[in-house]
Design a protein around this ligand. Structure first.
Ligand code: ATP
Length: 318
């Protein structure tokens, strides 16, 4: 059965402002087809969680869908907000309009807004996909992620980039992605490796002394289009965790290239874990990122499990 009502949750800041044109195009199609909807605009960073909580608490439309127009951060916040309410199972539609759009890429949803809208409007039943669920014991924090949680290198890039003047300037000319590259190179040469402890699904502990890139991920993509974990699948009920050590920068770069080619399993400094339940600890203060948003700096004590999320779109078969 087609959805009866759409709550459009819109982030005007997503995609360096490009999301505005996406909303316009989506509204035009929905108006032409006489589809019922209302738009809730995110007014400030973090507002999306509140919007989703209001929708999940007060919706009285049968068959309602929360339709996100924004990037991975907006999608994450919508799901987290809805899951705090009595209508946690309300399906979530998605039109990718961010800078990175890794979730869309990772599940095979078209990045073209109108093609994605077709996938949403042609859906007749919820599509259930995996998302990550985490508990962070140092700060007593719990939540969900659609892409990944990273500790170390990528988190430092996210943190430095969020406060960078260069990003602001590049965003104005719609080159926000370039600032991640500039920051990435700077962090690459300045960040120190750190020790992580990983407990796999059976509880077996592995201590990794020179960790540099540490990511728990739901699908293959990170960093706005890097297919760095080809074996991660958002339908297998498991999460993938990778820890890449940093013996020196030449070897680290080589590992990254081999990972993208799906050929890094043979190297002793690239550690892969897969399971329904994984645990990760750092002994030092490290930055963290979740779906491209800063988590702050702390000694992390993270436990990961998998949750099932109702989405509202068809995925093209290819
Ligand atoms: N009105 C607003 N003004 C400024 N920031 C906002 C506003 N509404 C939401 N935000 C913040 O915008 C940030 C970026 O959102 P989002 O991740 O959706 O887009 P993106 O970064 O362009 O895309 P991606 O994560 O796919 O690269 C989020 O941290 C969100 O909290």
């Amino acid at each position: 059965m087609a959805a009866a009502f759409y709550y459009i949750i819109f982030n005007p800041a997503a995609g360096s402002g490009n999301a505005v044109a996406t909303l316009k195009a989506v509204r035009q199609v929905m108006n032409e087809r006489g589809i019922e909807y209302e738009v809730r605009v995110s007014r400030y960073s973090g507002h999306t969680v509140q919007l989703a909580k209001q929708i999940g608490s007060f919706n009285d439309h049968e068959g309602a869908v929360a339709l996100v127009i924004g990037g991975d951060g907006t999608l994450n916040q919508t799901i987290c907000g809805l899951r705090m309410t009595r209508q946690a199972d309300m399906p979530v539609g998605y039109i990718p309009a961010g800078s990175g759009n890794d979730f869309a890429r990772g599940i095979g949803l078209p990045e073209d807004p109108l093609a994605a809208l077709d996938c949403v409007l042609s859906a007749e039943a919820p599509l259930v996909l995996d998302i990550g669920e985490y508990s962070e014991h140092t700060h007593q924090e719990t939540g969900y992620f659609v892409n990944n949680i990273g500790v170390g290198f990528d988190a430092e890039v996210v943190a430095r980039n969020s406060h960078s003047r260069t990003k602001e300037l590049l965003n104005r000319v719609h080159l926000g992605k370039l600032s991640y590259l500039v920051t990435g190179v700077a962090v690459f040469f300045s960040k120190k490796p750190f020790t992580v402890m990983v407990y796999d699904q059976s509880g077996k502990l592995e201590i990794i002394p020179r960790a540099f890139l540490v990511d728990a991920t739901n699908h293959p993509y990170f960093g706005g289009g890097i297919r760095f974990l080809p074996g991660a699948v958002p339908t297998d009920g498991e999460l993938d965790l990778v820890v890449v050590e940093h013996p020196n920068w030449v070897v680290f770069l080589f590992y990254l290239v081999q990972m993208i080619r799906g050929r890094a399993h043979q190297y002793p400094n690239v550690h892969y874990f897969k399971g329904k339940h994984l645990r990760l600890e750092t002994s030092e203060l490290e930055p963290g990122q979740m779906d491209g948003e800063e988590m702050g700096t702390r000694p992390f004590e993270l436990e990961f499990t998998v949750a099932q999320q109702n989405f509202w779109f068809n995925l093209p078969s290819n």
